[in-house]
Design a protein around this ligand. Sequence first.
Ligand code: ATP
Ligand code: MG
Length: 566
Amino acid sequence: MADEIIKESEEVSGSEEVKSKNFIEQIIDKDLEEGKYTKIVTRFPPEPNGYLHIGHAKSILLNYGLAVEYGGQFNLRFDDTNPTKEKEEFVDSIIEDVKWLGADFRGEVLFASNYFDQMYEAAVKLIKKGKAYVDELSAEEIREYRGTLTEPGKNSPYRDRTIEENLALFEAMKNGEFADGSKVLRAKIDMASPNINMRDPVIYRIARMTHHNTGDKWCIYPMYDFAHPIEDAIEGVTHSICTLEFEDHRPLYDWVVTELEYPHPPKQIEFSKLYLTNVVTGKRYIKKLVEDGIVDGWDDPRLVSLAALRRRGFTPSSLKTFMELAGVSKSQGSCDYAMLEYCIREDLKPVVPRLMGVLNPIKLVIDNYPEGQTEEFDIENNPDSEDAGTRKVTFSRELYVEADDFMEEPPKKYFRLFPGNEVRLKGAYFVKCTSCEKDADGNVTLIHATYDPETRSGSGFEGRKVKGTIHWVNAADCLTAEVRLYENIIDEEKGKLNEDGTLNLNPNSLVVLKDAKLEACLKDAKPGDSFQFIRNGYFCVDSKDSKDGEPVFNRIVGLKSSYKPA
Ligand code: ATP
Ligand code: MG
């Protein structure tokens, strides 16, 4: 029997390495084995108070991935119990982002605010059990009574009201009979608990605020620690996965689901947040950069909000690979931004066209090429993909090449253009540099060269070899476009924060090139299309600033990698 089982698992895994399970999968396996749950339900519970960022993508892909792995269900639920900070705009952007990541929530968008009635009933249930009371201490007094990490708290004088009195007062709170902040409902747990979260936490407050979903129906709102476990329980969530800062709240989570006697109570599991080097992940900091006008909105391609990553040209599958490499654990640490870059490069390499784009152009005139003549070359679209085919690229007497592919007085081992040196123009001819022209300030303005007709690409010429190959575009028909190059928004070498707590911003995080010369076919590039410009990196057509026939290109990532996969 044992042999048979081993054989079966070998067949399933084949020759592939068996992936070891993370600690959350191990917990789920055990719960299933013990028959605690029959179907796994996970959720992503964003607060609609900002745009999602790469950290949220980790949570989404983790929760969704577990639902898929165990044949269960994944819910998208807005944790909209705090109307002050929430906005409808954020709801729409979050839905778009979750869809973009491919996390299937069956088109059912859930809202915690739809459970306000059930939460109210849950509070009444606690009161009836003698497990909650209406308190009249002020916020400041509540804080004083709570004690400290080393000293126990003390009981509120209102703690021992009768159940009837509490029921009547709580109902009156709901009916708007008291001023904002004048009373709260507290769970009756233990003012001497070593865990401060268990010292009779406030579970309902009075606040006259218009809610984006329920309008003015309620003037009392549940607190997060009370609402969240109820939301999970109502939806049949089995594993409520959150980040480490909630670890100390877990006893309260358990207390709520136990006291409310849910038959299959959900279980909270914490993992460590994703942080990335050289970028800003926290919602609070991103918001500040946006509000201070340092970046061009929440989707500025230097940010790691999901809207920004999408605009920059990152793909959902590259993020998925990245999250797999990053893994899931309880230990805190930052992931190297270079690892994210590695993932997008690997993702795009086999699929996007490889074209020629000259970022800092200088004109190259081939003096012995007939004036007015144009010819076409067939150039491979992607040497890594057999199906990608070829495209026609025009060639004539005047071309653009990269300014730094020419040096009048080159150092040793410089194999590109300099007077007397011959290079290969990618996919076309060998050209020999003859001279250059300069302006009054001594800047090179034009390069002269001659070509050798015998070296035509595809002709099988083997007469001699050259050491350098450079890219070029035909001056007559190329597209002049804006190209944006990015560096990390923060230079972590100098520390993420300045002494005064402000972010240590990299002044070179955005370089705008207004005069890049690109292959003619790029005139038809559409927002979101991605390409490799050979020798220059991967680029994506900006979805915000491009116009018909006038694409703007964002560099997603350069070609060189400082990250080596294990
Ligand atoms: P931020 O810390 O950026 O303000 P948040 O935690 O306030 O984010 P929520 O909308 O409350 O944002 O979070 C929704 C879910 O995403 C929560 O389960 C939260 O734990 C998770 N989450 C937030 N940030 C990260 C992160 N950096 N890594 C992994 N999960 C995260
Ligand atoms: Mg939050």
